[in-house]
Design a protein around this ligand. Structure first.
Ligand code: HEM
Length: 287
């Protein structure tokens, strides 16, 4: 926990600096050269904790993590997940590289992914990696409003009063875009269960991705990002979806992902690379 405290403390000093504070001695190695002017005002940083850390900082989350089968708990996934969002790539990158630089000697960063959301604001929702409008049926119009027990967990903390948070599943899903792009339009629409042009549900299709997912009757908030890292050696494209979704119970997320990645018609185009489960509290753990 000491190393976590040291990491959080240095990251907090960096955040204070970009919000206008004088840099502390501990971070002056990066603050001299960082391009603070490229960091967008609406950039956001969220920190989630893996099971091992979460159950120490927030013992209340222990029982929820334990509802998930051991084999699905991604023990190798790491202790922290940091999500940096910005409407400008350079802004996000400046934050990511600085947080990573400041973590050296305090943590072992395992991966960084860059994903994007279609920002053209055309049609009912952004288009995802397969070109379909995605987000039409998102819970609460894309926000988690407390109290919402499907999407949040609420509990009291003796020192700081009531607190809550949400569980998040992350999966890197490589998608066979080269194969998908050769499917006919009607085949693609049958698989997803919506019109590609308008996002309107197809009538009478009961075995599509959307039909299967909605029949599972589990409420989650989905926030997928598209990525591409270029060609892969044996042919094909390393492209796909950084699947991120939130719910009040991690088990709901795992069960739904297992369904989508096994008996779902879209699963034939998905290669599940890696992922993890995290708890995202409303506030930093020491506040
Ligand atoms: C872990 C894997 C996945 C899970 C758990 C998942 C879950 C869901 C859920 C819960 C819905 C909402 C269904 C409803 O009630 O209308 C949905 C919709 C959708 N999903 Fe997935 N999905 C997954 C992977 C994918 C992939 C790989 C694609 C294709 C690239 C995809 C494309 C879509 C589309 C286009 C919709 C319709 C979105 C909308 O209603 O706006 N999903 N998915």
């Amino acid at each position: 926990m000491d190393s976590l405290h040291r990491l959080m403390s240095i990251w907090q000093q960096f955040l204070n600096f970009i919000e206008g504070d004088t840099p502390t001695a501990a971070i002056d190695t990066v603050t001299e050269t960082i391009l603070t002017d490229v960091i967008a005002e609406n950039a956001s940083i969220s920190v989630g904790y893996g099971e091992n850390v979460s159950t120490i900082l927030y013992p209340q989350t222990n029982s929820r993590f334990r509802e998930v089968e051991v084999s699905a708990r991604d023990q190798a996934a790491g202790d922290l997940f940091v999500q940096v969002c910005s409407n400008d790539f350079r802004s996000a990158w400046e934050i990511v590289r600085t947080l990573t630089a400041l973590s050296i000697g305090r943590a072992e960063p395992r991966f960084t992914h860059f994903g994007s959301v279609d920002s053209r604001q055309a049609g009912p929702a952004p288009r995802n990696t397969f070109g379909f409008h995605d987000g039409i049926t998102d819970a609460a119009g894309g926000a988690i409003t407390p109290p919402d027990h499907d999407l949040r967990m609420e509990f009291d903390r003796p020192a700081s009063g009531s607190l809550g948070g949400t569980f998040m599943i992350f999966r890197q899903l490589r998608l066979a875009v080269e194969r998908w792009d050769t499917e006919s339009l009607s085949r693609q629409e049958q698989i997803i269960g919506r019109s590609k042009a308008t996002g309107v549900p197809l009538k009478g299709v009961h075995d599509s991705h959307v039909a299967l997912m909605s029949s599972a009757a589990t409420r989650i908030l989905r926030r997928p990002y598209s990525y591409t890292y270029g060609p892969i050696p044996n042919g094909g494209i390393d492209a796909g979806m950084l699947f991120i979704a939130y719910a009040g119970r991690p088990n709901s997320l795992v069960k739904l992902a297992e369904l989508a990645l096994s008996s779902d018609p879209v699963a034939r185009y998905v290669h599940d690379i890696d992922g993890g489960l995290y708890f995202f509290p409303d506030r930093p753990w020491d506040q």
